[in-house]
Design a protein. Structure first.
Length: 305
């Protein structure tokens, strides 16, 4: 890791920009959902991001494409499938539950990676990691139940709750992106970032477009403002946000970057309160705090392993 190099701009400033960019995702998606379906939004996000990064991947890193082996290609294609399913489930969750619940629950991906690591990566779970997983799971239960409870916390109606469906979709999104991260850990280091994400994003875009076609959803005919929201989803959270985190890894320890990205649920919740008027209850705040604490423990342990 070359984080000792002198950066051209302060890395923490870039991290702050990245957090702000990814925190805007749920807000942009909410506005786009006024006219476009969640599946179409996912397809646009990945397709536009792929079209923007592909010229760089081909123009500056064309030599890398010739040395992509069959095994690596298959892994990257599978990673793209996981990424597509992540966006399909998570973006759809925003139709059913609050921004706070959705972004906090989908942030559980490091926990699911830690759970799956002993099986797929043969990495042992430490006692601190187990504690982090437990805290995060308890917190996710609290967040999930808080949306299904009306009035007293002891009076919950789980059956037919739209919020519960949304929370389960967000959890599914966390599982899917965990698969994406685990494959990335296996393959990413052998290729430059533009080449890797061009293949993965491109695959995810194709999967989403096929799903949209199968569902016979319209991809054109929206108002100009909807196209603006769709473009902003692709540019800010997908390209600027994630690229900022990857850039910061060159100058800062992995643990610092990983834990800093946990500011996304906080930023999204604040923006949802200011823009959408969504006020999280005390149960959700407490559960979200447990989730973020658990993820922090898991991320630090994973980074130091």
């Amino acid at each position: 890791m070359s984080h000792r190099e002198s950066p051209p701009v302060p890395p923490y400033l870039v991290l702050a920009l990245g957090i702000l960019a990814v925190s805007m995702a749920s807000i942009f998606i909410r506005f786009a959902q006024r006219e476009a379906s969640s599946l179409v939004i996912a397809a646009y996000r990945l397709t536009l991001a792929t079209l923007l990064i592909l010229p760089v991947a081909i123009g500056r890193y064309g030599h890398e494409w010739k040395r992509i082996g069959r095994s690596d290609l298959l892994w990257m294609l599978l990673s793209g499938v996981f990424l597509a399913l992540h966006f399909v489930t998570w973006i759809t969750s925003l139709e059913y539950t609050t921004v706070a619940s959705s972004v906090v629950l989908v942030s559980l991906s490091p926990v699911f990676v830690a759970i799956a690591a002993p099986l797929f990566l043969r990495e042992a779970i430490s006692l601190r990691t187990a504690l982090g997983i437990l805290l995060a799971l308890v917190g996710s239960g609290m967040v999930g139940l808080s949306d299904a409870c009306t009035g007293s916390p002891l009076r919950c109606e789980l059956g037919g709750s739209r919020s519960l469906i949304g929370n389960l979709l967000a959890l599914a999104g966390a599982v899917m992106v965990a698969g994406y991260f685990m494959i990335g850990r296996r393959v990413r280091g052998r290729f430059s970032l533009p080449v890797y994400i061009a293949i993965v994003y491109g695959t995810a875009a194709v999967v989403c477009l096929l799903i949209v076609a199968a569902a016979r959803l319209p991809v054109l005919g929206y108002t100009p403002m909807t196209y603006v929201w769709l473009s902003l989803v692709a540019i800010f959270p997908q390209l600027i946000g994630h690229s900022s985190f990857n850039w910061a890894l060159r100058y800062l320890p992995t643990a610092v970057v990983t834990v800093t990205t946990l500011g996304e649920p906080i930023g999204s919740t604040i923006l949802a309160y200011l823009i959408l008027g969504e006020i999280p209850g005390w149960i959700k705040l407490l559960g979200g705090g447990l989730i973020l604490s658990g993820i922090t423990i898991v991320s630090r342990e994973g980074a130091s392993a």
